[in-house]
Write a protein that binds this ligand. Structure first.
Ligand code: GCB
Length: 621
């Protein structure tokens, strides 16, 4: 176990070593920090004038025309063609598309700027600049110097601010954000969601001691027999911490006050491994999402984290949580607040979306198709919703391009780094509906192996497609060999046929593994009532869910372990151009763009209630 942990730490190091950015600081909310959210200024720059000169060469650092430099004229003779001031205001966090009409379909560069003063109480400390996410490419400058760049629209990153660069007053912070889509990026040019641009998540200054715990992990040791541990009330806990720099003779203390546990471990180089025993623990589960305060301390400075302890594993064709079989009553979710046509980012947004999932009787959510903001996984922890978390390796990635594989691995690493302490996360997904070919399977199986190496304590999956041949739906994608559960997207009764096609559909699953329906769904416009055969009516969508559920119950393989239908709420997608029923929306939501529940919502809600009650009855026996 210890070796596995140390190899995960080494892999982390090697992946970050390749990039200019510093390894991620986890749990910034649990540390000394100052928010840089609020009103920033902006310049729209479709020609990248602030970045390139008129010969289209990157501007030199001190160039007066570079938009990272403050152009405020000191006297009226001074030449200047850019500047940051009202009314060019924009809110951070937030996508730009929803903030002003001129941004609605904009894809290109926007420069963001704000000033800030050095926070108090930084003597002897280091200050990092942290971004929850910027979609897609960020170039970050402070007081005219470049701190670094980051690519990837849904993962967090940070830069250490050099001491000599940080002024007491009026630090001039500029971020060039570019959300253009490219064939060799992740996601690629083609998706079924809206490409919201901007600084979409929180921005913070994080103030840390010169030696500090950058990342850590504590969990039930995945190698233990959980049933035996429960019987004996004796649990093995294991984990590790990574210090920002190698230390001589440092010690890390791990404390769980509620369990009256306090242990000390010696740091070796820049890491330390934990291993200790605990007595009775309240395990985390959807029925009882117990979280403990855990304090990690190094040299008098500490960071506190809320940790749930649980074990997720697969046994044959079953998914097992804390020693008991669990059926995943899920729903897929996009990170979007439909009523306001914007990206979700806040705790309140997470409570709205996950509150709807609870209302549906879910015990699980699939956060599609990219890592969602941290509020989502933290609220899921506290509500007891199991989570599937995914990287945007979606459809037609350049599978033959080794640089693209590096980018995918980096996003995978960043996703796992931020959220490895969330008990709610039970599945890391390495992608969605990638077209079967040898080169793609090599690419995808490499990601599965990387995920396993980074985190051997969770299940790894990917949403696959059906192979329909001779009247039979075969689940036989070769990637299924590598994943812990075989997950499938299927739309029988929406694309190509009507829902009654479910009645005699035959299914085979070519793997002795749990089988999970990661997507199924049909469109339905809220308030459009018609005969059930009319596409886009609420009745059609309702009928679709009724037929699908009957098919699952009557004719699905014995490995059927759950589902996360598509999708919780209507969402924006430029691919959806039916002028009557879509107008730029994918209306497969069980909840409408105005937050109303459609008929199909109640079909799934009742199905989940039935399953829940059956499980309760079995557990009582
Ligand atoms: C899928 C995709 C999802 C789409 C959905 C649809 O299979 O995974 O991103 O939005 O189908 O609505 O067709």
């Amino acid at each position: 176990m210890k070796n596995l942990l140390l190899s995960a730490i080494a892999l982390l190091g090697s992946l970050f070593g390749a990039n200019a950015q510093d390894a991620l600081i986890v749990n910034t909310q649990g540390r000394q920090h100052v928010s840089l959210n609020g009103t920033w200024h902006y310049i729209i720059d479709p020609y990248d004038t602030g970045f390139y000169d008129y010969r289209f060469k990157e501007r030199p650092e001190k160039d007066a025309g570079a938009y990272w430099n403050n152009s405020e004229p000191k006297d009226p003779t001074q030449w200047t063609e850019h500047g940051y001031k009202a009314p060019y205001n924009i809110q951070v966090p937030g996508d730009w598309n929803s903030q002003d009409k001129q941004f609605l379909y904009y894809e290109g560069s926007v420069w963001y700027q704000r000033n800030f003063d050095k926070p108090a109480a930084t003597a002897g400390k280091d200050v990092y600049l942290y971004f929850g996410a910027v979609n897609y490419e960020a170039h970050v400058y402070l007081n005219g110097k470049k701190l670094g760049t980051h690519k990837g629209g849904f993962t967090a990153f940070n830069f250490k601010i050099p001491k000599e660069l940080l002024k007491d007053k009026d630090n001039f912070l500029v971020v060039r954000v570019d959300n253009r889509r490219h064939a060799d990026e992740i996601p690629t040019v083609n998706t079924d969601w809206f490409n919201y641009g901007g600084i979409t998540r929180d921005v913070e200054l994080v103030i840390v001691p010169q030696n500090f715990i950058q990342q850590y992990n504590l969990q039930l040791d995945p190698s233990q027999d959980i049933v035996a541990a429960k019987k004996k009330n004796k649990y093995k806990l294991s984990g590790w911490a990574k210090i920002n720099t190698p230390l001589k003779g440092g010690k890390v203390t791990v404390e769980i006050p509620e369990l009256k546990l306090k242990k000390e471990f010696a740091v070796q180089g820049d890491s330390v491994a934990f291993n200790f025993e605990a007595g009775k623990i309240g395990l985390w589960s959807p029925e009882s999402p117990k979280l403990y305060n855990v304090k990690f301390a190094l040299g008098g400075e500490s960071v506190s984290e809320k940790v749930g302890f649980r074990k997720i594993e697969v046994s044959g064709k079953k998914i097992i949580l804390n020693g008991k079989q669990v059926f995943l009553r899920g729903i897929s979710i996009h990170e979007e607040i439909p009523q306001q046509i914007r990206r979700a980012h806040s705790n309140k947004d997470a409570s709205q979306l996950l509150g709807w999932a609870k209302d549906l009787n879910c015990n699980m959510v699939r956060l599609a198709h990219y890592p969602h903001n941290e509020n989502m996984t933290r609220v899921a922890d506290s509500l007891g919703l199991m989570v599937w978390s995914e990287i945007p390796v979606y459809w037609t990635i350049e599978f033959g391009n080794p640089e693209v594989l590096v980018k995918a691995k980096k996003q995978l690493t960043e996703m796992i780094a931020r959220d490895r302490n969330r008990a709610s996360i039970i599945i890391w997904s390495v992608g969605n509906e990638t077209p079967v070919s040898p080169i793609r399977t090599t690419f995808m199986s490499t990601l599965v192996k990387t995920a396993k190496k980074l985190d051997g304590s969770r299940l790894i999956s990917a949403a696959l497609e059906v192979n329909y041949q001779n009247g039979v739906h075969h689940v036989d994608d070769p990637l299924g060999q590598y994943t812990d559960i075989v997950s499938l997207n299927e739309y029988l009764g929406w694309y190509g046929s009507t829902p009654d096609a479910c009645r005699d559909a035959k299914w085979t699953v070519g793997y002795d593994k749990p089988f999970f329906v990661s997507e199924t769904g049909a469109e339905g416009n809220f308030g459009f009532h018609a005969d059930k055969t009319a596409r886009f009516s609420e009745e059609y969508q309702e009928w679709y869910y009724q037929e699908q559920i009957k098919m699952f119950e009557e004719r699905f393989p014995d490995s059927y372990s759950g589902l996360s239908p598509w999708i919780l709420a209507d969402f924006r997608s430029p691919r959806r151009n039916n002028p009557t029923y879509q107008e730029g929306w994918n209306t497969k939501g069980l909840i409408s763009k105005n937050g109303e529940k459609k008929k199909a919502f109640y079909v799934l809600q009742a199905y989940y209630k039935k399953i829940m009650e059956k499980e309760l009855a079995i557990n009582k026996q």
